[in-house]
Design a protein around this ligand. Sequence first.
Ligand code: G6P
Length: 608
Amino acid sequence: MCGIVGAIASRNVVPILLEGLKRLEYRGYDSAGLVIGNGQSLERVRSTGRVADLVEKSAQTQGQIGIAHTRWATHGVPSERNAHPHMSRDQIAIVHNGIIENYEELRASLTAAGYEFSSDTDTEVIAHLVHSHYARGNTLLAATQATLTELVGAYAIGVIAADNPDQLICARRGSPLLLGIGENEHFIASDMSALLPVTRRVIYLEEGDVAELSRKGCRIFDETGTETQRPVQLSELSNESVELGQYRHYMQKEIHEQPQALANTLESVCNSQSLIPGIFGADAHSIFAQVESILILACGTSNHAGQVARYWIEEIAGIPCNVEIASEYRYRTSVANPKTLVVTISQSGETADTLAALNHAKNIGHEFSLAICNVPESAIIRQSKLRLLTRAGPEIGVASTKAFTTQLAALFLLTLVLAKQRGKLAPELESQYLHELRHLPVAVQKVLALEPLIADMARHFADKHHALFLGRGLHFPIAMEGALKLKEISYIHAEAYPAGELKHGPLALVDKDMPVISVAPNDALLEKLKSNLQEVRARGGELYVFADANTHIREGDGVHIMHMPEHAGYLSPILHTIPLQLLAYYVALQKGTDVDKPRNLAKSVTVE
Ligand code: G6P
């Protein structure tokens, strides 16, 4: 979603800002802009195209202080007039991530005070408010602080003033923002990847912090306005991890990174002979001992990971488990059980609905929270009592791939730890599962070898408009994930059904133009699934089956088989995800879509 970069330096900051915006492109955006200060005035350049267009438009722009932004439209259509930075009377410029909920009343009072609005955004009120306080003789810091007391909502902001080329002010509440520390130069960004070319030294701002940056240093004030110190950390993010390398798209790169991402995520357990709750945090043992049920909250792909985990948790650990879409849960009247462990799953750790659902759960009386997340410094991690980091590395492609399979690995660990603590995991089984987890990266690598065959299969989908995905049991959520991948990046309408439900409706849609893709693991439901596939064939439906060895599903007229390796038991959903990711990827290539940045979608959905 929206991205922020800002810089104050003794050199021209325009290339730094533009490079930063390029690195934030993966979050999804529909317009971009920057404002540069030259000591007397502010120069603004905005574009509704890609950052590359902004690069062209700002070729002549130079200055030693500036703020820049990629916008994903919420209030007001994607257009140049709605693109950030927003300005007030050519004096104040601001960039903003988040949503200002009381913007309508602020807009009315600012209009009454004589301010003219030139956009439909909620953000513009911030620019005028800062201006109104600054015009009364406050410093830029004090004017920003006064403004923040009037805002209701979530924000990360960067502010500069035309007549103050020596200060950049920023603040955060509800949206992430960090400071980059250089040699006599300082930066702000919503995401560390934006700053990697200029610094690795970073300060993560806390909720309610306001910071004043100059070339020489930075001062940070907490939410009470008291000057405070925050630790300078060295970012571990490497440049290679956010660069494309030999791959055509980030999605392809990230699909291929899965063996390593899984190995990294499982590192802490794979070197030991037994599982301990401590991998989830110091209090895990005592919290798990009290837990009576599990509630999983997540959105999108992360929600699918939760749905797989429900099967594992109930079957292996014997604990009742519910999974809810975070955006629904947060507004539903539900009954809290303080002995429920609330598990949030999020790649970014920033998703607004998941964060709100976590806070809602706490407000209604849930005490125990555990986050499974890919970003160590994220809000979800900080707001949860227990956590396990997936160590997938930065995921740039909007369609989640390696984050999903590492979430599954982390959730399987959670299942095993809970089962063990309840006396439901015999030592032989524990060793067997640990062995299977250790083998997982190699098993995934073998499935990746199917890539050329899947690329070939994808050609059948080039002229299709709809697709049906079938799965059963543990693999029904994998069918959902396969359908989500296909629709996200190829724009083919795709739906997933538990195969047994076929005859209750979707069978009516099946004909030669409706490809039916089925996940066919060699598990207890195989024979049932085979009958469901017969139902499809009998109606002339074209079948694409991802079948484990020894399933005895035969290739034939209208039946295309992709042969998977041996059945991987409980870990099978991880292996069956890989070919569906590859299928979506190659179908999208056939369709010529923007694979890494599908239309209308964003990587981190930081608004409701
Ligand atoms: C967006 C992304 C998805 C992701 C979902 C949840 O929709 O495009 O890939 O699954 O948000 O994001 P999270 O960061 O919470 O896992």
